[in-house]
Design a protein around this ligand. Structure first.
Ligand code: GLU
Ligand code: ZN
Length: 285
């Protein structure tokens, strides 16, 4: 078993992250497997080396360890480009020049009804989708969207195994992929690969067997399973864990500094105290 924790170095590690990392760590430990760390620093405008350093420091304090050097997304851009090339050659991508505002306006046209939200926010209305796959070389520094209907026609209904709630198979029919997820962006003008593409390439490159992450990403997993099929990559088992909420029942946000592990450390809490706060058993001696 190989599990991973993949933080974006854009802020402090808080209780929700700690729970995610500890869950992945405990699963690997229980199975005699390996826990890997990956730094999701594709968004260069927000990623900071200081946050990476502090995140690692907090994780070590919690009792976690991992093989170094850990994978850093910003060092693997050519792998994402190769995956995009492959999807482009298959005729599954098209460039999109819409702004957020264009998308909002298209969706609020009177005949459209209430806009549906997908895992990436508003479901793309298809404004730029061409009737036939674009030809020629893949444009660089462009937003590229996956033609979801075409992708499902090639790969069929994506499925994956979920283990958080017993073991179950989650299968999403193509019409639902189109209506509830739509043409997601796989490359962004300003950062090359988008999250959905990078996460699939990374998990395969690191040979992750069990993806442990928050239930907030459950709706995005069919996208990942579909991309794995299209790119000929294995689909790991998924374990979408419960989310840690604050006292008001709100999910902890990335910027919730009040729950920063660093703060609990300065208050004199111990790692097992953190474990208790998120409902995990003390670490094995
Ligand atoms: N960097 C992503 C996040 O923090 C990782 C998501 C994932 O585990 O796939 O949300
Ligand atoms: Zn567009």
């Amino acid at each position: 078993m190989i599990t991973r924790f993949a933080p974006s170095p854009t802020g402090p590690l808080h209780l929700g992250h700690a729970f995610s990392a500890l869950t992945a760590w405990d699963m690997a430990q229980a199975a005699g497997g390996t826990f890997l760390l990956r730094i999701d620093d594709l968004d260069r405008s927000r990623a900071r080396p200081e946050w990476e350093t502090r995140t690692k420091d907090d994780l070590r304090w919690l009792g976690l360890s991992w093989p170094e050097p850990c994978r850093r997304e910003s060092e693997h851009l050519s792998e994402y480009a190769a995956a995009l090339d492959r999807l482009w050659t298959m005729g599954l991508l098209y460039p999109c020049t819409c702004t957020r505002r264009d998308i909002r306006d298209a969706l609020s046209a009177p005949q459209e009804g209430a806009p549906l939200m997908g895992p990436d926010g508003l479901i793309y209305p298809g404004t730029c989708r061409p009737a036939r796959p674009p030809s020629g070389p893949r444009p660089d520094a462009a937003t590229l969207r996956l033609d979801m209907a075409r992708a499902c026609a090639v790969a069929g209904a994506p499925g994956f195994t979920e283990t958080a709630t017993g073991t179950q198979t989650v299968q999403t029919p193509p019409d639902r992929m189109v209506s509830r997820i739509g043409d997601v962006a796989l490359a962004r003008r300003d950062m090359g690969a988008a999250y959905h593409l990078a996460v699939v390439v990374d998990d395969a490159a690191q040979r992750i067997t069990h993806v442990v992450r928050g239930a907030d990403l459950f709706e995005a997993t069919p996208i990942h399973a579909l991309l794995q099929r299209l790119l000929g990559l294995p689909t790991p088992v998924y374990h979408h864990h419960r989310l840690i909420r604050d006292d008001a029942g709100k999910r902890l946000a990335k910027r919730d500094d009040a729950r920063a592990i660093a703060l609990y450390r300065t208050e004199g809490r111990c790692p097992d105290g953190i474990r208790a706060m998120v409902g995990l058993r003390p670490s094995a001696p």
